[in-house]
Structure formats: structure tokens, C-alpha cells
Design a protein around this ligand. Structure first.
Ligand SMILES: *Cc1c(COP(=O)(O)O)cnc(C)c1O
Length: 393
């Protein structure tokens, strides 16, 4: 272990990337890794994508940052594109996922405040959820490891079991503002909401005048084969948080809302110094240029099916290690019968980058530009590693 001046909140491993090349990363000593982690679902165009590089370089040389005190043609343009592509009518740009969720929470509370129900401030959230690391967002999960030692947390959150519609309904009272839910839980272990659950939450919101807030920070921006995952459920949110992939590696997030849901977010109610600066907007535009190309989403779906099929075929050969594959598109999880963290760490030694998640799941989150050769490389190396791992175990 080298000593460093960093706050030691991460168990930094031996992978120390210094350069990226498409779907691969290159370490300090020149070693190559196949990157099926994508900076945790961020680098959806892989590394060193020419269109993203060009856009950022041009914008950096033109105008990097101005204050939100000034008019922003760059934000207006990207916001309009997002509105045209989604359910939303308005957008607030942030620098991260947690800030996008914070804005979503504030938007929901303000909605009830300005429509004569200021007592409706409470959000119903779900077990094993992950919404970020701010005080507000750790208050919206029951994950002990994120909350321990940070009490008192914010009031106004209730946690019930994920995918339990009866529990969600039973938790509604006169103080309820809405639901905050990931359509597919990421950190919690690639757990998709059931159709019945997500449709049921929408129906409960319609019946009780509540806000449905979707956290698509991880599952959004083409990751599951549609621009946003909720499209596959035929469920429309009132408010949505998006981030991770939306900047392709540049820190960018956004809170999207319908005009109805966003009506409380008036002049002076929210803000951000950096949020939506011209450099970030250029990155967001470049990502949207690529993911809205006609062949992009069909390719994500095709590669998702290929990868899933290949993993499912591999499982019986190592069935005391792997249990099943779950997820949608290129947001996949391999459920393990042993500790997934130890195995993910072992894979790094075999030149493969994946991410551990809750419930002993190995998250497989490749760049969305992968082709069949990357899938073959991944599955071959994974099989070889699984074979050696079994010998060791
Ligand atoms: C990563 C993540 C967040 C937090 O995003 P940050 O950019 O780390 O603040 C919130 N929600 C979900 C579902 C995430 O996966």
C-alpha cells in the first residue's frame, strides 16, 4: 500500500489507469484491462471517443464557464433536446447524480408546497436503494453502511421493501409527497423493478396526487437499450434524475420534470455554481449526438442480448460459482454463490474490470459501443478466471 494524502474512504486497488483506448484502460506499467465497468456506467462511449474529445476541446477553447447569472444558449439548447426526447418539459443541470436527486426531492416538496399541501413532504423509498452520498440522499436508503455515524439524517423519508407494492401503498399517509425509486437498482445488485410494481406506483401517484420520482442515474441514457429505462415499462415519471452516462465521463447530471411537477421551482428556489456550464453542455450534446444515431439503441439491445446469452451459456460450466444473470440491455448483473467483491478483485488480476454490487452480484457495465469481439474477449477471460478461481477455492 502506497501512502497518499487522500481521505481513505475508498479501498483503492492495484489498478491505476493512466490512459484509455476505446473499451480498454492502460495502467501505470502499461498493462491493459478490458473495461466492463465504464467508470460505473459513465463512459458509455468508451474512452477517447473522437466526437466527445473534439466537442470538449472546441468548447474549452471557446468558453468554459460563466455564471448561471447570465443567459445560457448552451443550456437552453441541450435542455430542449432532452425535453424533445423525453416526458419532461423542463430541466435543471447538475454536476452529479446526488445533486440531480436532491433537485428531484426539492421539486417534489415544492410542488406540494405551492399547490396548497405543504404538509406533504415525505417520500417513500425502497430497501437497498442507492441515491448518492449527500445527507439528503443517504436519508433515502436503508443501507446501514452509508448511514452509520452520520445521524441525525433528514426527516421525511420512509423505506419499504423494493418490489412490494402492498407495502408501498400501506406506507402512504397525509404527509406523503411521492415515491423515489430506481427502475433498476444498480448498487443494490442489478435488481429490476417488476412491471406490476412500477405500474402500480404510477397508479398510486395518480390516485393520491403524488409525485413519481425515478432515479435513472445509473440505468438511464441508453444503458438498458432505450434512452431511459422507464420507457420499457410504459411508465412515465413526474420527475427524473439522470447523470452518470449523460456526460460520457464529464461530470454532468440533470433533473427533469413535467411542467405540472416543476411548477414550484420558481426564481431563486434552487441553484448551482457549476451546474450546466458551457463545457459540460458540450459534453452532453456530444453524448446525445451519438446515442440518438439511428443504429445506436438497436446495437445496445443486440449487444445486450449477445452478452446475456453468452453469460447464460457459461454459467452451467461454473455452476458452483455463478447462479444467474439479470438486468436489461447492457446493465447486467451476475449473481454469484460466493462473495462477489473477492471475485471482482480477482478478475482485475486477469485484466477484466467489473464492479461489485449488493446481493453478491458482479455488475457488467460495458461501454455501449462494444462489438462482438469485446464480448468474446470478456466471456473468454471470465471463463478462464472462473476456472482458476475454482481451483484456488
Ligand atoms: C451513482 C448513483 C447516484 C449518485 O450519483 P453521484 O454522481 O455519485 O452523486 C444516484 N443514484 C443512482 C441510482 C446511482 O447509481
Amino acid at each position: 500500500m502506497t501512502t497518499s494524502a487522500l481521505m481513505p474512504v475508498y479501498p483503492r486497488c492495484e489498478v491505476r489507469p493512466v490512459r484509455g483506448d476505446g473499451c480498454h484502460l492502460i495502467g501505470e506499467k502499461g498493462e491493459r484491462y478490458l473495461d466492463f465497468a465504464s467508470g460505473i456506467a459513465v463512459n458509455l462511449l468508451g474512452h477517447s471517443h473522437p466526437h466527445l474529445i473534439g466537442a470538449i476541446q472546441r468548447q474549452a477553447a471557446t468558453l468554459m464557464h460563466v455564471s448561471n447569472l447570465y443567459g445560457s444558449p448552451q443550456q437552453e439548447h441541450l435542455a430542449q433536446r432532452l425535453v424533445d426526447l423525453t416526458f419532461a418539459d423542463m430541466v435543471f443541470f447538475t454536476n452529479s447524480g446526488a445533486e440531480a436527486v436532491e433537485c428531484a426531492i426539492k421539486t417534489a416538496r415544492r410542488f406540494h408546497h405551492v399547490t396548497g399541501n405543504p404538509h406533504r413532504h415525505k417520500l417513500i423509498c425502497f430497501s437497498n436503494a442507492f441515491h448518492g452520498r449527500t445527507l439528503g440522499t443517504i436519508s433515502a436508503t436503508n443501507q446501514e453502511k452509508m448511514r452509520d455515524g452520520f445521524e441525525p439524517l433528514l426527516p421525511g423519508f420512509t423505506v419499504v421493501d423494493f418490489n412490494d407494492l402492498t407495502a408501498a401503498e400501506a406506507a402512504i399517509d397525509e404527509a406523503t409527497a411521492g415515491f423515489l425509486v430506481e427502475p433498476i437498482q444498480g448498487e443494490g445488485g442489478i435488481r429490476p423493478a417488476t412491471q406490476e410494481f412500477l405500474s402500480g406506483l404510477r397508479a398510486l401517484c395518480d390516485k393520491h396526487g403524488l409525485m413519481l420520482i425515478l432515479d435513472e442515474v445509473q440505468c438511464g441514457v441508453a444503458r438498458t437499450g432505450t434512452l431511459y429505462a422507464h420507457e420499457q415499462y410504459g411508465v412515465t415519471p413526474d420527475i427524473m434524475a439522470t447523470a452518470k452516462g449523460i456526460g460520457g465521463g464529464f461530470p454532468l447530471g440533470a433533473c427533469l420534470a413535467t411542467a405540472h411537477a416543476g411548477q414550484g421551482m420558481t426564481f431563486g428556489t434552487h441553484g448551482s455554481t457549476y451546474g450546466g456550464n458551457p463545457l459540460a453542455m458540450a459534453a452532453g450534446e456530444a453524448v446525445l449526438d451519438v446515442v440518438t444515431e439511428e443504429s445506436f439503441l438497436p446495437n445496445v439491445r443486440a449487444m445486450g442480448e449477445r452478452l446475456r446469452g453468452a453469460l447464460e451459456q457459461m454459467i452451467p460450466n461454473h455452476d458452483h460459482l455463478f447462479e444467474s444473470v439479470r438486468g436489461k440491455g447492457l446493465m447486467l448483473g451476475i449473481k454469484m454463490k460466493t462473495d462477489s467483491r473477492a471475485f471482482v478483485s480477482y478478475l482485475r488480476g486477469h485484466g477484466l474490470l467489473t464492479v461489485a454490487a449488493g446481493d453478491n452480484v458482479v455488475r457488467v457495465l460495458p461501454p455501449l459501443i462494444i462489438n462482438e469481439a469485446h464480448i468474446s474477449e470478456f466471456v473468454e477471460k471470465l471463463s478462464a478466471a472462473a476456472r482458476d478461481y475454482e481451483v484456488l477455492a
